[in-house]
Design a binder for this molecule. Structure first.
Ligand SMILES: *Cc1c(COP(=O)(O)O)cnc(C)c1O
Length: 391
């Protein structure tokens, strides 16, 4: 690293390797020394189409030359087009755009509380799950079930009871007169790629129907093809009341969305907004991403690459006596059995492969959805070499 640019001016919010990344192309990132890395982090499952895809670059360039920001109190065509696309390809009727997953989830929480005020006598409590993750704002931290996060910036926002994931009885036990909604990830991503069981997801839908509660799915990580289908909840054959999208929808630019069924869309003028909400620059990028993901054959290819990756991970797990391989689509975890994940991440980076370890005993894999078979094979070969070194 050039000593004149030592990064003391950046708040140290996470340990960062010393490389400065200057360029990305598809599955690859390049540092300032020109070294190439196969990237299986992709901005934490954000770059659905890989680095600097031509469709996003073209959409941004075209839109930037025409209209960047008329303001959220005026219509713009890209926001209208992207909302129409999302409504046409989901079971939801209306969309609110924001810039981050946490912001979309804040909107979902506000919408549920407003609905509770209007239709459930002021019920406002939302049941969320231990080890769930919903973001880093104060409300979404309270909704998050990461150990220790309830006291990290005390006092925590009230109104989020924590049930046990995949345990319907634990949800039922928490429901009271103030309960308005249940909110969950179809696959708990940060917890280590733990999918909801079909019985659990379908049981939650039935329970919410029975008691008049809203079912909110946080698809910030699982949505937009990452877990296989366009939206993860469709694999369960259920229709949620509210869904949030983030990460993949922008393909790398800050864009997120809150979607809801018409009966739940109860914001009145002034209840919700934001300076950048629905800005045409991000929506143009989002439309380019979603049209690409939605094109015939795209998700079939992603699923095939995900199966190829999982097959390779299972072989490595057998070879090195490791644990479970779990996930779907292009979102997988390999359980290691001991806390060697940070060392594997470091060694893999030195070997030219970028990996993520959300827990010290497991690796999470989030390649670009449009990865090629050769890229999957290359990453598996690199991972095999690193595992042989470390274990
Ligand atoms: C990443 C993530 C978030 C937060 O998204 P940000 O864009 O970082 O605010 C929320 N929910 C889930 C499930 C996520 O994976």
């Amino acid at each position: 690293m050039n000593p004149s640019v030592l990064p003391h001016a950046l708040m140290p919010i996470t340990p960062r390797p010393q490389q400065i990344f200057v360029r990305g192309a598809g599955a690859r990132l390049f540092d300032e020394a020109g070294r190439s890395y196969l990237d299986w982090v992709q901005g934490w499952a954000v770059n659905a189409l890989g680095h600097a895809p031509a469709v996003i670059a073209a959409a941004l360039a075209q839109q930037a030359g025409v209209l960047i920001n008329p303001g959220p109190a005026f219509y713009n065509q890209p926001a209208l087009d992207l909302a129409a696309w999302l409504v046409a390809h989901s079971g939801f009727d209306q969309v609110f755009f924001a810039s981050s997953g946490a912001e979309a989830n804040e909107g979902a929480i506000k919408l549920a509380r407003k609905w509770g005020q209007l239709h459930k006598g002021g019920a406002h409590e939302i049941i969320t799950f231990s080890n769930g993750f919903h973001g880093r704002t104060l409300a979404t931290m309270a909704a998050t079930g990461k150990p220790g996060w309830d006291t990290l910036f005390a006092p925590a926002m009230p109104g989020f009871a924590k049930a046990i994931y995949n345990d319907l009885a634990s949800v039922r036990a928490l429901i009271g007169s103030q309960t308005v909604a249940v909110m969950l990830e179809p696959v708990q991503g940060e917890a280590g790629v733990i999918p909801a069981t079909p019985e659990f997801m379908q049981g939650l839908r039935a329970l919410c129907d029975e008691l008049g509660l809203l079912l909110i799915v946080d698809e910030v990580q699982t949505g937009c093809g990452r877990s296989g289908p366009l939206f993860a909840h469709s694999a369960y054959g259920i229709a949620p009341d509210i869904m949030t999208l983030g990460k993949g929808i922008g393909g790398g630019v800050p864009l997120s969305a809150l979607l809801a069924r018409e009966a739940v869309c109860c914001f009145e003028y002034g209840d919700q907004g934001g300076t950048y909400c629905g800005n045409p620059l991000m929506c143009a990028a989002g439309l380019a991403v979603m049209q690409t993901i939605g094109a015939p054959g795209f998700l079939d290819h992603a699923k095939a690459m995900g199966e190829k990756l999982a097959t390779g991970l299972r072989a490595l797990s057998t070879q090195f006596c490791l644990g479970e391989v779990r996930g779907s689509g292009m979102l997988w975890a390999l359980v290691l059995g001991s806390d060697v994940a940070p060392e594997i991440v470091t060694r893999a980076r030195e070997a030219g492969l970028l990996l993520n370890a959300p827990r010290p005993n497991l690796l999470r894999f989030m390649p670009a959805l449009n990865s090629s078979p050769a890229e999957i094979e290359e990453g598996l070969a690199l991972l095999g070499r690193v595992l042989a070194e470390v274990l």
